[in-house]
Write a protein that binds this ligand. Structure first.
Ligand SMILES: [Zn+2]
Ligand SMILES: [Zn+2]
Ligand SMILES: [Zn+2]
Length: 254
């Protein structure tokens, strides 16, 4: 399985428009963080987790060919705003793209992208099919088996996704015991860590490190980082050996 990290920034992305902090003006390409998403590829199957406002540019850089499905973690704009840019895949492969997510998240799309679902469809609008899923649902998309995991994003229940040897959990504030047991000792874990201060709906770096030392994954990559996390090079050098900061374009073979 090949994982391409498409975006590792928090909702505003990094650099932040108008900000001149050392991270936002850094020339290290690892300090340029698009909105969070990953591409999961196995045999002939290509899946995207989350479709935020940078989706178009992410696909220009990492075009996978036919997209078999989009898996949504939750409805927040940084994870869904790129939905309209699914159209080139509709046109090129003449197919609807299945969109998996919690029923609440799919209902949210129906409201925010009402033109997609209108009874009188404007020609050329996105063609998608909604696939409601629930926590602990395990299902197959072509060659890939996916397990949906419940994640607590502050007060909002959202989903993370677990594959053979790899899990992607973003916007995490808390995981329940059952999820902790499921992830114990996993090979590769990509999980969110926002910055250093306390936040109501995201783990900060220390909280994420505490969770990781409990889970004991073989390799960990942090994602969904704000400019306040600090410079990639500086922060990563202080982390335990099996923990790294993810960066846009990182490829992980699992
Ligand atoms: Zn900044
Ligand atoms: Zn969120
Ligand atoms: Zn987010």
């Amino acid at each position: 399985m090949k994982i391409t990290i498409l975006g590792t920034g928090t909702s505003q992305g990094v650099p932040v428009v108008g900000c001149h902090c050392e991270v936002c003006i850094s020339r290290d390409t690892r300090d340029k963080r698009r909105r969070p998403a990953v591409l999961v590829q196995h045999k002939n199957t290509n899946l995207i987790i989350d479709i935020g406002p940078d989706f178009r540019n992410q696909m220009l850089d990492h075009f996978p060919g036919k997209l078999n499905a989009v898996l949504l973690t939750h409805e927040h704009n940084d994870h869904t705003a790129g939905l309209d840019d699914i159209r080139p895949f509709n046109f090129k492969y003449d197919m609807n793209i299945p969109i998996y997510g919690l029923p609440r998240v799919l209902e949210n799309l129906e409201r925010r992208f009402s033109y997609i679902f209108s009874s009188q469809k404007y020609p050329g609008i996105p063609r998608i099919s909604l696939k409601p899923i629930r926590p602990w649902d395990e299902y197959e998309i072509q060659d890939v088996t996916v397990l949906a995991l419940p994640v607590q994003h502050g007060g909002l229940p959202i989903l993370g996704y677990c594959f053979e040897g790899f899990a992607y959990l973003t916007d995490v504030k808390k995981l329940n015991e059952k999820v902790v047991n499921q992830l114990m000792g996993i090979k590769v874990l990509v999980i969110s860590a926002l910055h250093h201060n306390k936040h109501h709906s995201h783990m900060n770096l220390n909280e994420a490190l505490a969770l990781v030392s409990k889970l004991q994954p073989e390799q960990v990559y942090f994602t969904h980082m704000s400019h306040s996390m600090g410079l990639h090079k500086k922060i990563e050098s202080r982390l335990p050996l099996n923990v790294k900061l993810a960066y846009d374009g990182l490829i992980i073979d699992v």
